[in-house]
Design a protein around this ligand. Structure first.
Ligand code: URC
Length: 312
């Protein structure tokens, strides 16, 4: 005997680019977003797996179509959390047997070009000025009824590459017969930031009309800006004793600066840069004070993770 114990399906990698045109000073200004959307559904769908019963299947093609239509019609399309809430709420409200929707959005970076000859931001030209992505994952839950829908929102960023060439030490760690790493009071610290944070959502059911107000109440956009800036500021200015200690400072600052953030999680690879031994040429390059030439090491890397929660 075998039993289906979990089932969730939908469309992944729905690629969407949206232009929003608005009048400003007699000109047409464009805002643009590029998203990769994953939309998955749960509900009374077991028979599609166990009895080849497609009558309960909203085709993944229709799920993709829905994402595209909402990209055209949602008034919140420029705001990934609100846009994800719009799509997710639609699925649980539209299909009686769909009880949960999971909408994940990755936002690619397009920043407005500032034209150097006049210093002005351009009305419709953009540049990919970084590979980092803004992320949101929204879980819409209608298991308590279609008029009692709740939402969980987790947002963050990934792929933000940073490096500091000083201001980082690693000393005092366990030394035993397994240890070869020297203690250093100055080293390179480089990581690719993977950050996520959860929001405390207001009580009460999620409604289509209520979604717009969440931007002001929960401050998704402001939090995204603040969390990135705190990450960069603490990374740059902390006299780092370890990745662990720096990561805790970043997390704590995000929690104290953003009242609607409940938990902060970082995953930080420690991308090692090893001083190269140039002794064969009589060149000192191994001690922290001498080290100027380093070999970036692709693998292995350290991997330091933590979740920090607001104390109530
Ligand atoms: O900041 C660090 N934390 C570690 O746990 C660790 N382990 C290691 O080898 N180097 C480092 N650096």
């Amino acid at each position: 005997m075998a039993t289906l114990t979990a089932a969730r399906y939908g469309k992944d990698k729905v690629r969407i680019f949206r232009v929003v045109r608005s009048p400003k000073d007699g000109e047409v200004w464009n805002d643009v977003v590029e998203y990769n959307v994953k939309a998955l559904l749960e509900g009374d769908i077991a028979t599609s797996y166990t009895h080849a019963d497609n009558s309960v299947v909203v085709a993944t093609d229709s799920i993709k179509n829905t994402c595209n239509v909402f990209a055209k019609t949602s008034p919140h399309v420029l705001h990934p959390e609100l846009f994800a809430l719009d799509i997710g709420l639609h699925f649980v409200k539209t299909y009686p047997h769909i009880h949960k929707a999971f909408i994940d959005i990755e936002q690619l970076k397009w920043s407005r070009i500032v034209v150097s000859k006049n210093g002005n931001p351009h009305k419709h030209s953009f540049t990919r000025d970084g590979e980092e992505k803004r992320l949101t994952s929204v879980e819409i839950d209608a298991t308590k009824g279609k008029d009692a829908v709740t939402a969980k929102v987790t947002s963050g960023l990934s792929g933000l590459l940073v490096l500091k060439s000083s201001g980082s030490a690693f000393e005092g760690f366990v030394r035993d017969e397994w240890t070869t790493l020297p203690e250093v009071n100055d080293r390179i610290f480089s990581t690719e930031v993977d950050l996520s944070y959860t929001f405390a959502m207001p009580a009460g059911p999620l409604t289509a009309e209520g979604i717009a107000a969440l931007q002001d109440r929960v401050k998704f956009d402001k939090t995204a800006e603040s969390a990135k800036q705190i990450t960069l500021d603490v990374f740059a200015t902390d006299e780092s004793a370890s990745v662990q200690a720096t990561m805790f400072k970043m997390s704590s600052e995000i929690i104290s600066a953003n009242p609607t953030v409940e938990t902060v999680s970082y995953k930080l690879p420690n991308k090692h840069y090893i001083p190269v031994d140039l002794g064969f040429k009589g060149l000192a390059n191994l001690k922290p004070a001498d080290a100027e030439v380093f070999a970036p090491v692709a693998a292995p890397s350290g991997l330091i993770t933590a979740t920090v929660s607001r104390t109530h």
